[in-house]
Design a binder for this molecule. Structure first.
Ligand SMILES: Cc1cc2nc3c(=O)[nH]c(=O)nc-3n(C[C@H](O)[C@H](O)[C@H](O)COP(=O)(O)OP(=O)(O)OC[C@H]3O[C@@H](n4cnc5c(N)ncnc54)[C@H](O)[C@@H]3O)c2cc1C
Ligand SMILES: *[C@@H]1O[C@H](CO)[C@@H](O)[C@H](O)[C@H]1NC(C)=O
Ligand SMILES: *[C@@H]1O[C@H](CO)[C@@H](O)[C@H](O)[C@H]1NC(C)=O
Length: 493
């Protein structure tokens, strides 16, 4: 950061403001610093600025101190130095899809460093690796990887999600049971640290930082690109989507219990699946194998779930069509991203839901959810278990803390238009409480990529990172002792 102090001083301006300086003075000094360093910004009030401040979740909007849009690593370094020097917290933003709008800081007053210009995807087809900028969106990245020798990585389903946020905190998708989380496939990362130096993080360089980045990245630096291990995309994939309509709490419990038992003990890695419970309910997924093997696995499971021969579809698809089957729209993204929802969300990452917890969940659905007219859903992804690549990684190998979670459960409640009323929070909070109350002594994990804005700092830390939290705090002290990379729920906040 030293570079800037003499520069700013030579212009006759005041030296760095202390953190308790008047916020307006700090902002003015920040603007001057960014402009002196030649860091491109979206000026407050401009059309680009107004658009960029619209997060995916319109329920949570925040006003930054300044909005930087760097074009190269040097400008990322300069932006971080300007924030640190002026006592302003710095937040990287990639796709802006955080459920808590953490890409806008998760609170007012941050310097946002928007990574949209870091979106190159360069494949080494011989080595089967790819350098991918963090500002790319998943649909564009998948398309670019495929164009270069039909390569792929494991990633989430929504094509508008940014590589940066997804990868640094997990990254679960419909090939994760054989290929792991997105973060399991990082070979190295290029990182701008709080003191504005650039380092590589890998198993051999800065391994403690590399560990922390893979599960809690936002608090440790700004990653400009990742080097990923790639694989050749599988081309003959069985995509299934069954319509399911549980008629009672008991019927829903049977579905969940059978699915949980199967996922924990015998679900093969080639099979990826999810139960989407909503006003309409689907049981869907992908099998990477033959149709006859799929039928042999699926028929007995459907029987145990009490579903018999459900309606719906089973089709064979190439890789990009497999992705499109779950993407809710085209993979390639518009130049100006403008898709938003207004919602509240929670998550649970249970290793095991005991029969009473499943019953409580189903009763709550029957009594409180079925008659709810808002666009709510509860998604169960079959995440872990005996044969999942995610669970095969040791619990302390990365800071991602949910290796053994059988399900990744996402609770989501949204409105089609207008504001989310505060009287609606108890709907999802009550659902999670019903499950927790029936599970005495269990500290359920929660997934920061489905950030729950209602969690206190302490609850966020303990549920997002479980046993890995204490070590994360130690690494934070080494790499960001002044807490330049802060947010209401991040490590060390
Ligand atoms: C429609 C939708 C579908 C989703 N589907 C899935 C799914 O299938 N699987 C799954 O695992 N998740 C899924 N998610 C969750 C998603 O992984 C998270 O919301 C993720 O954090 C979004 O990343 P982003 O870069 O778009 O968000 P942002 O809001 O830009 O960033 C999220 C967090 O990461 C930090 N960050 C971003 N970029 C960087 C960087 N370059 N360096 C350092 N820190 C950075 C930000 O500061 C912030 O704290 C979905 C989300 C949405 C909205
Ligand atoms: C996951 O489960 C296995 C087997 O029960 C156990 O050895 C391992 O410690 C667990 N890992 C975590 C992170 O809890
Ligand atoms: C920047 O921080 C890293 C990590 O704490 C440290 O190793 C490095 O020496 C620092 N560089 C400078 C120039 O202070």
């Amino acid at each position: 950061m030293g570079r800037f102090v003499p520069l700013v001083a030579s212009l006759g301006l005041l030296l760095p403001f202390s953190t308790n300086a008047n916020p307006l003075d700090k902002r003015a000094a920040l603007d001057t610093c960014l402009s002196t360093a030649g860091v491109p910004v979206f000026a407050s009030g401009s059309g680009d600025y107004t658009q960029a401040l619209k997060p995916f979740n319109l329920r949570l909007t925040f006003k930054p101190a300044a909005y930087a849009v760097p074009q190269n690593i040097k400008q990322v370094q300069d932006a971080v130095a300007c924030g640190a020097t002026n006592g302003i917290q710095v937040t990287a933003k990639s796709g802006g899809h955080s459920y808590g709008s953490h890409g806008l800081g998760g609170e007012d007053g941050h310097l946002i460093v928007d990574m949209r210009n870091f979106k190159d995807v360069v494949v080494d087809q011989t080595a089967k690796t790819a350098i991918i900028g963090t500002g790319g969106r998943l649909g564009d990245v998948a398309t670019a990887l495929y164009k270069q020798g039909k390569q792929a990585i494991a990633h989430g389903t929504c094509p508008g999600v940014g590589v940066g946020g997804l990868t640094l905190h997990g990254g679960y998708g419909l090939i994760s049971r054989s290929k792991g989380l997105t973060l399991d496939n990082i070979i190295e990362a290029t990182v701008v640290l709080a003191n504005s130096t650039v380092v590589t993080a890998s198993a051999t360089e800065n391994p403690d930082l590399f560990w922390a980045l893979r599960g809690a990245g936002a608090a440790f630096g700004i990653v400009t690109n990742f080097k990923f291990k790639t694989f050749t995309a599988p081309e003959s994939n069985i995509v299934f989507n069954y319509y399911v309509s549980p008629g009672s709490a008991q019927a829903l419990s049977q579905i969940i219990n059978a699915m949980q038992d199967f996922t924990m003990k015998s679900q093969p890695p080639e099979l990826n699946m999810r139960l989407f419970l909503s006003s309409f309910t689907t049981f869907s997924g992908v099998y990477y194998g033959s149709r006859s093997d799929f039928d042999k696995i699926m028929q007995p499971l459907l029987q145990k779930m009490g579903l018999g021969n459900p309606g719906g579809s089973v089709s064979t698809n190439g890789w990009l069509n497999t992705l499109t089957s779950f993407s809710n729209g085209a993979l390639e993204q518009a130049k100006v991203y403008d898709t938003h929802e207004t919602f509240f969300s929670k998550s649970l990452m249970p290793e095991y839901l005991n029969p009473k917890a499943v019953d409580a969940l189903s009763q709550y659905w029957n009594n409180n959810a079925r008659n709810n007219q808002r666009q709510w859903y509860l998604l169960f992804d079959a995440h872990g278990g005996a044969n999942s690549a995610i669970s095969s990684v040791a619990g302390d190998a990365t800071s991602y803390a949910h290796r053994n979670a059988t399900f990744k459960m996402q609770f989501y409640d949204r409105v089609a238009s207008g504001n989310y009323d505060s009287s609606w929070f108890p709907f999802l909070n009550g659902w999670v409480k019903a499950i927790s109350d029936a599970s005495p002594g269990v500290n359920f994990g929660m997934y920061i990529n489905y950030a729950d804005s209602s969690l206190s700092k302490a609850d966020a830390h303990s549920h997002y990172w479980l046993k890995n939290y204490d070590r994360l705090v130690q690494v934070k002290d080494l790499y960001d002792p002044k807490k330049t990379f802060e947010g209401p729920q991040l490590v060390g906040s």
